[in-house]
Design a protein around this ligand. Structure first.
Ligand SMILES: Cc1cc2nc3c(=O)[nH]c(=O)nc-3n(C[C@H](O)[C@H](O)[C@H](O)COP(=O)(O)OP(=O)(O)OC[C@H]3O[C@@H](n4cnc5c(N)ncnc54)[C@H](O)[C@@H]3O)c2cc1C
Length: 418
């Protein structure tokens, strides 16, 4: 077993994403030596990618609403988010010298919007705390008893340790390091794992050529979206292959379930969510004064060209021939047939992973005592909005504390905040 200079044990963390790095911070603060291994040449590559469009760290809504975003996993994550939640995360970021702000939607971002300044200071802080980084070490199996096996420098290196935390991420964007390669060795070891599936990803729609060539890349803003009983107001972007964007990501699990059940999922789009059918019928019954339907819809209802095209796509020629009442119903419910999910490689996250019955209440694997797990490897799912990163941070802190408690043979204090 490797020991630090003062002969205390070393904790081995594999995976230098947000879950692994926050765990290193918690453990090192307890004066314990930490080694972090990662298959990539540098740490936090997906975290950096997450920051490219604005790093949405967490969300400022009430904790009840916040936890509800994790669906069936909310009661599992509840004590972990309670112990290191959105306020703790903001405090942690502030302590690293980065300010945060709450956007109009309630989402929380670093003031500079990007991940790179935060990651840079965070890594430096960890080095100052004595954490050692081992890049280009890809874990291929083994545990603290048999030795951790890493592909490194063209060969296989075995590392012995007595405390292990795996934070290997999900299976999307494999070129950034998280390729789901851990599923096979852990399954062979008897860990129950739900198959990794794309989440927060684009969906496929068989658009007409006209829709693809004219409107790909254009947004549909301030629309209503409905699927399988779920109703939200959001926005989406039309792509040549289908749809993507916040509204689609928010309905990820409903879309996935519907596709699993029926092979297709029918998304219902409301182009005028702020108007009732009666209100709309009243407007649509007005004299158009020889204006075409499209011109009338643009001027009177402020519908964008792509919104009008979508209505034509949904109802084709029929749209010009229906009465005001029928037209009102059409604009409030345009059926869009989703034929599948886009490839997992470009998904923002994956659902599935290590199941709740595979770990104890401190996130230690039943099948491999001494091996803890955290982050997107776990079987939770959430929409975008800061919930994914918050879960990685909360579970990383929780598992780190589980390790400390195990090393000390004691129990874990409930508040892990900064
Ligand atoms: C484009 C994009 C935008 C996103 N935007 C947001 C956002 O704004 N807000 C939000 O909340 N979430 C966002 N996410 C999701 C968020 O980035 C992830 O949920 C989060 O990074 C998961 O953290 P993690 O530490 O569990 O895993 P990861 O960040 O995936 O880190 C896992 C680490 O493990 C390493 N690793 C994997 N396998 C091995 C192995 N076998 N051996 C050694 N090392 C290995 C990887 O190299 C990686 O460094 C976004 C994701 C993407 C792709």
């Amino acid at each position: 077993m490797p020991v630090s200079e003062n002969n205390s044990p070393v904790v081995t963390i594999v995976g230098g994403g947000p879950a692994g790095l926050i765990a290193a911070w918690v453990i090192a603060r307890h004066g314990v030596k930490v080694d972090i291994y990662d298959g990539q040449p540098t740490m936090g590559r997906k975290f950096l990618m997450a920051g490219r469009g604005g790093l949405n760290l967490t969300h400022s809504e009430t904790i009840e609403r916040f936890l509800g975003r994790y669906g069936g996993a909310s009661d599992w994550l509840s004590p972990m988010v309670d112990a290191f939640g959105p306020d703790h995360l903001r405090q942690f970021v502030h302590d690293l010298g980065q300010e945060t702000f709450v956007g109009t939607s309630g989402r929380v971002f670093p003031r500079c919007f990007k991940a790179s300044p935060l990651l840079r200071v965070w890594l430096k802080r960890l080095v100052d705390m004595g954490v050692t980084f081992h890049p280009r070490h890809r874990w291929i199996g083994g545990d603290q008893q048999s030795g951790m096996k890493f592909e490194h420098g063209g060969g296989v290196k075995t590392v012995t340790t007595d405390n292990v935390l795996l934070c290997l991420g999900g299976g999307s964007w494999p070129r950034l390091g998280s390729d789901g390669g851990w599923v096979t060795p852990l399954r062979l070891a008897g860990v129950p794992i739900a198959p990794l599936v794309a989440s927060n990803c684009a969906v496929n729609v068989d658009w007409t050529e006209h829709m693809c060539s004219r409107f790909a890349g254009m947004p549909l803003k301030r629309i209503g979206l409905g699927l399988a009983g779920a109703r939200i107001r959001s926005e989406v972007v039309i792509t040549s292959a289908g749809l993507e964007g916040t509204g689609i990501y928010a309905l990820s699990s409903e879309i996935r379930n519907q596709l699993d059940k029926d092979g297709v999922a029918i998304l219902e789009i409301d182009l005028v969510p702020d108007r009732s059918i009666d209100d709309l019928e009243h407007i649509l019954a007005e004299d158009r004064r020889k204006k075409s339907l499209s011109t009338f819809l643009t001027r009177r209802l402020k519908l964008s060209p792509q919104a009008i095209a979508l209505a034509h796509e949904g109802y084709s020629a029929a749209l010009g021939q229906v009465n005001a009442k029928q037209l009102a119903h059409c604009l409030k419910l345009i059926p869009v047939t989703i034929t599948g999910l886009a490839n997992m490689d470009r998904a923002i996250s994956t659902a599935g992973g290590i199941m709740r019955n595979g770990v104890d209440d401190q996130l230690m694997l039943h099948a491999l005592p001494g091996v803890f797990v955290a982050g997107e490897m776990l079987d939770y799912d959430a929409p975008t909005g800061g919930y994914l990163l918050q879960a990685a941070f909360s579970t990383g802190c929780w598992a780190a504390h589980g390790i400390i408690a195990r090393m000390r043979g004691g129990s874990s204090p409930l508040n892990l905040g900064a």
